[in-house]
Each structure stands twice: as C-alpha cells, then as structure tokens.
Design a protein around this ligand. Structure first.
Ligand SMILES: [Zn+2]
Ligand SMILES: [Zn+2]
Length: 173
C-alpha cells in the first residue's frame, strides 16, 4: 500500500509486551479520537504534524493506568490527508474495541477526527479508511464487516459524521 506509514517511519516505540496473534477477524471497527483535533490539521500543508500526533496517541495509551495497553490500541490510524499509519498492524489483536471478545472479533482503525475541532471526514480521510480496511483484508484476513466502535459497546465513538458514512456502507468517495 503506497500510502502506508510504517511504525519505523512514524517513530513507534516497541510494544511493552508481545502482541497477541489474530489469524482472522469478522471485519473492522472504525474509531475516532474522541477529543479535540485541531481544525487546521486537515489543511494540505499540515501533514507534517500527523506522525507526532500518532506518537502522542501511542504515548497516552502506553501510560494509561486503567487499560494496561501494551502498545497503541489500534491496528491502524488514518490521518486527514489519507495516509494510513501502521498501528499494531495486521494479524494482531487490538486493544481498542472494549474487551478481548470484541478485540478478537474485529480489527480497530482510528480516524484522526475529534468530537470538536476537526469533526467532519473529508474525501482523503475516507479514502484512507477504505485503504486501511482493504489492507487488513489482504494482510490480515479481515472479513467484510465495517462497523463502528458503538456497535457492541456503549460509546459515542466514532462520532455522528463517520457513523453516517458507516451506515451508508462505508463507500469509497
Ligand atoms: Zn472507539
Ligand atoms: Zn496527515
């Protein structure tokens, strides 16, 4: 995938423990950041900020005292410019969907969108989400489902605009 940003490229820390293998999944659950994302991050000349944002999310997850995450919780993250940042990657269990049963059923992909600031997905971000789903199908035996974090869990994630896109069948724009 030409728009993939590997862990080495974004400067990931290694996981604190070995990942759990996940041979296949029913599909992919879509997430959002659920906090403020700067509205100007989507500007075409602002992609240089995205890797630092992914590093910040990984650092927050590794420091979370409740979740005990061993790594960034998502299998992949997608920035507003449509680049796909490798998280835990394919064939590895995520930590994002709520519990182990949910994490073994679906991969987890996070859109760099918030509950304030940048809240509406543009076409580049939606293309990137489609690319991430395709990548997990090819490399991780993800099944056909594309659903939201809120499907199966009491949460607002991934926010109304992205959830409307999911309900419309997660189409490539
Ligand atoms: Zn979520
Ligand atoms: Zn970007």
């Amino acid at each position: 995938m030409e728009n993939l940003v590997t862990r080495a490229e974004w400067g990931a820390l290694p996981p604190s423990q070995q990942w759990r293998a996940l041979p296949r999944a029913l599909g992919v659950k879509i997430h959002y950041e659920g906090r403020e994302v700067p509205a100007d991050l989507a500007r075409p000349d602002q992609h240089h900020r995205c890797a630092a944002r992914v590093r910040e999310i990984q650092a927050m997850h590794l420091a979370d005292p409740v979740q005990g995450w061993i790594d960034i919780a998502y299998n992949a993250l997608v920035c507003p410019h449509g680049r796909v940042f490798e998280g835990r990657g394919a064939r590895r269990e995520s930590g994002a969907n709520g519990d182990r049963r949910l994490n073994r059923a679906h991969y987890a992909v996070c859109a760099m969108l918030g509950d304030s600031g940048l809240t509406e997905p543009g076409p580049a971000l939606l293309h990137g989400l489609c690319d991430a789903v395709d990548w997990l199908r090819e490399r991780g035996a993800a099944g056909p489902q594309v659903v939201g974090h809120r499907d199966g869990r009491d949460t607002d994630c991934p926010g109304e605009p992205l959830y409307r896109w999911i309900l419309a069948g997660a189409p490539r724009p």
